[in-house]
Write a protein that binds this ligand. Structure first.
Ligand SMILES: [Zn+2]
Length: 60
């Protein structure tokens, strides 16, 4: 159950956080967080990156 008094996204722990596809860092409260959606084998997947550099490295 979600506590209605807490804003969504402020209670993200490292266990819940997405992990950067490139450097495998947990992404917690990172303003540079990037999400890229793509289709793999007909399924939509969301790739998380801690910043633009990691996103660029992944797609080299
Ligand atoms: Zn990264």
């Amino acid at each position: 159950m979600v506590d209605p008094t807490s804003d969504l996204g402020e209670d993200v722990t490292e266990e819940d956080a997405p992990v950067c596809e490139t450097c495998e860092q947990p992404i917690v409260q990172l303003p540079t967080h990037r999400v890229v959606s793509s289709i793999e084998d007909g399924t939509a997947v969301h790739l998380h990156f801690c910043d633009d550099d990691c996103r660029a490295d992944y797609f080299v």
